[in-house]
Design a protein around this ligand. Sequence first.
Ligand code: ZN
Length: 261
Amino acid sequence: MIADAHVHFGYFSRCGEPAPHYYSPRRIVGVLNRCGVGEFIVSSTCAQVKCIGIKDIVREAREMKRLAGSRAHVFFWLSGHLYDDDPEMKWIGTGLFDGIKLHERETPWVQKRRKDLEKILAVAEKHELPVMFHAGTTGWCHPSKLAKIANEHPRIRFDFAHCRPMNQMAKVVAECPNVWTDTAYITASEFQCLADYDWHGRLMFGTDLPVWQALEDISLTRRYMKYVNMLRSAELVDFANQSFFNFIQPLPRAGRACGDP
Ligand SMILES: [Zn+2]
């Protein structure tokens, strides 16, 4: 069994097509089923499309849950316009969402909307929802910048996605016990480097399915299996699955000893 911490559905570019392509929940679940994926974290790229509202995101999440049940952990990709439409984040009341995804390059939460970000993180903490941040090699997406936020919110579990730059990410994972990372969109040679670092039980398998098709003309199932094989050759299947299950479970309450009811 494979657990994938980084999957998408919704509208996304596909090479050779003039308008964004719609990847339905059914299409994505089909690929995951064919590739032996058990549980997965999924968020909708539709959140980036201005004319799509909270109702649409909720309807899609409901469809995903109908198809995959408790295997699907749906994260709400919170774009600026969706936050502005409902700053109290009442969509949490639907019970459909198990976490929040933020993408700094799509909405500059850290750089320009720090107050709103603090409100979002307060809600995440109250509801014990993990938070996924897009991470990267530059600017405010850099793990060293995001680490400050993780340190200020020790009760929240964060996934700094994409494991890049790898040496910096490993440093942040070592220093912040509430930070996980995932392998979404890393290359074959980067996969081979993963074993050079100690991930402290917080490295998850992630793929970014179906984002490959934005740049590559390739079958999703075939590309996905290639990714699974890279994970297998790195001998990281059990390690990544365990990291995944630790990530989706709430952290133990401070002050409560292990083994207490
Ligand atoms: Zn992604």
